[in-house]
Design a protein around this ligand. Sequence first.
Ligand code: DPM
Length: 400
Amino acid sequence: MNGTDHCVIDHSKMTTEKRVIKVGSRKSQLALIQTNNVINQLNKIHKHVKFEVVTMSTTGDNILDRALSKIGEKNLFTRELEEALLDGRVDFVVHSLKDLPTVLPSGLAIGAICKRDDPRDAVVFHPKHCKLQSLEQLPDGSTLGTSSLRRGAQLRRLHPKLNLKDVRGNLNTRLRKLTESDDYDALILAVAGLERMDWHDKISLPLDPSEFMYAVGQGAMAVECRSNDDKILSFLTEIHDYDTILPCVAERAFLKTLEGGCSVPVSVYAKLIKGNFEDKLTLKGGVYSIDGSRCVVETKSVDINMDDMPQNKSPKYDGPPMYSAVVAKHVSQQALQAAENLGTALAKHVIAEGAGKILAEAKQQLATEIIKDNEKRMKDAAEKNGVKSVSEETRNSVAV
Ligand code: DPM
């Protein structure tokens, strides 16, 4: 078990009321910025509440030498925090929605999705290319840093003359690797992460999502809590953003139906267009082979009737109604259902168009790579340092 650090942050001037809410967070600078951002939003509404941030490392933070997709587990950045939620050490946890698996452990829910920030991906050029204005202007054979299968597949399709190279670590580490070495000509990163770090000036070129689609949930921060914790759920309502919830529920239903985790070559582009009487939700979704040579991309829309009122229909199980793990009691349940159905229908459509086979092959390819990778690592470790390193390696891959 990792050590946890406690620090009490009194975000309110008034300390008369004793209520303390414990908030779990990863330790990275971006994770803490996101956690404090949510706390600040809540503090504006609930002035007398005190928040205590409990930080911990997750598997994803500890394994830094492999692409996420090669670690072979789904809840890399969330598991340790979810354990803390389930045993009551924390009351809620702030995540990037895109790092939250579509199926959460039983007893947990997404209690809020904050207003979405810019969901686009962006190119961050090496300083030596600072004058360039498009990826086409890079010399053939230039190297792009990304460990995302989704980014990789789209880049291979759009820019076949560029090379790809894995890059891992938090944002600070990645940007250091870009600027302090000659290994990469550019990185592809999410605009939202860079902006939250106040690194607007590092964004060389945001990518148009109608050409380069983003990841499910990208750009939105989410709050995970216990699904039966009514107090926390209603406490979070004010920051739970209608315009963001519906696209994100549709996106997550798409990914869930495809049975994809966070590390599959699946991309989306969603839009909610508000009307006087009806909103229109449109979802475009893509599934790619890892080499980018094949893909299925389709679009579907649904009208969402604003007259539908929130309902407290009692579902089959004990907890609140959930749509792709999201609980939103203040939003029309029919609207949420329509969004979820849209994602599911789009997934079924792309599967019928051949996406199921593409994904199954991608997963098979990944599984083979994981096994090969692990065997090589075990062998290397044994050769280098003898038995001690092998046991260390086993411990790292099993218990971190
Ligand atoms: C997930 C992916 C990546 C993160 C895969 C993907 C990017 C990994 C990489 C699921 N999580 O996007 O296809 O490029 O090697 C992550 C970032 C943010 C949340 C950083 C980033 C910040 C933006 C946000 C890592 N998770 O994508 O540049 O809140 O959406």
